[in-house]
Design a protein around this ligand. Sequence first.
Ligand code: DGJ
Length: 342
Amino acid sequence: MKKFSVLFLRSLFVFILLKSVHIAPAQVLPGEVWRDNRGQQIQAHGGGILHWKGAYYWVGEDRTPSNDPEKRYVACYSTKDLVHWAFRGQILVLADPEHLGSHWVLERPKLFHNARTGKFVLYFHLDDARYKLARVGVAVSDRIDGSYAYVKSFRPLDQESRDIGQFIDDDGAAYLIFESRPTKGFFIARLSDDYMSVDKQISFIPAPLEGGALVHYDGLYYVLGSHMTGWRPNPNVYATAPSLSGPWREFKDIAPPEVNTYQGQSTMLLKIVGSKETSVIFMGDIWNPMALWDSRYLWMPVQIGNGELRLPSPNPWLLNVKIGSTTTLIHDVPSKDDRGHR
Ligand code: DGJ
C-alpha cells in the first residue's frame, strides 16, 4: 500500500510538473536564435507582419545559405501568439525579374491584403547590386501563403525608393513608407484602391531615415526609423504628429544613443489591440552582414504614450495576445530621462 502511495504521489508530481511546463507562457528572447515549428532558424529578415483572420503572418527575406544564389526568396510564417511560428513556405522564389545582373537585391518585403480584390499583395525593395534602380517590386497571390507571382516594378510617386515599410491605419487604409535619398527624407504614400500602385503622397518627412515604421497609438502617429549606416546599427529615432500628413515634431532617440538601438535596426511597429490593453512591439533586425542568414531579431514592447516612445533594453518578455498585455521579465533601472514614459 505504502509503495503504491509513493508511486501515485510521484506520478502526480510528474504530471503537475509536465502540465506546468506545457502551460508555462512562452517568451520572446530578443537577439537569440528564433526557431520555427521545424526547429529551423526563422528566415524573415527586414520583415513585416500582416494580421489576418485572427492569425499573424510574418514575411521577410529568406537568406538560407542553400538557396539558389541567382534567386531571391521571401519566406512566410504564421502564429496566433507571436512566439511559436509555423513555416508556411517560401512564398516568393524570384529569378532576376528586370535584368539587374548579379547580386541583385530584394529586401524588406511587406504584405498587404486587399479586401476589395481579395488578393494578397507583396511589396519589396528591388534593386541592382549598386542600389541604383531604387524601385519597389510587386507580386500577388490569391492565397496568403503563396505562391506569389511577380507583376512589376516602379518608383512610387516617381521617386527613388529603397527601404520600405508598411502601415495599416485603424480605419483599414494601407500605406507604404519609402525612403528617397535625393529628396533627403522619406514619404508616406497611400496605396491605390487595388493596392497595385501608390495613389497619393500623404506626407514627406525631411529626415534621411531608413527602416521606416509607423504606429497610430492613442490619437497620435509615431514614425520611427534608423539613420543610414548600411548594415551597421545606429541610434534609431522617432517623431510624432496628430495626423499622418503632419505636422511632424522633431525627432528624438528611442533609446540612449550610445547603445545604438541595442544593435538593432527598425523594420516595423506592430500594434496588438487586446481586450484590455494595447501594446506596441518594436520589430528590428540585428544584422550579421557576413552571414545575413544568421541575423537575429530584436523584438521588444515599447513604452509609449503622451508623445513619448522608448525602447527598453532587450530582455525576455511575454505577450498575452487576447488581453493585449506584455510582461518584461527583467526590467532595466529607470533613468531620469524615463520620467513621463508609461
Ligand atoms: C540598410 C537597409 O536598411 C538594409 O535594408 C540594407 O539595404 C542595408 N542598408 C544594405 O547596406
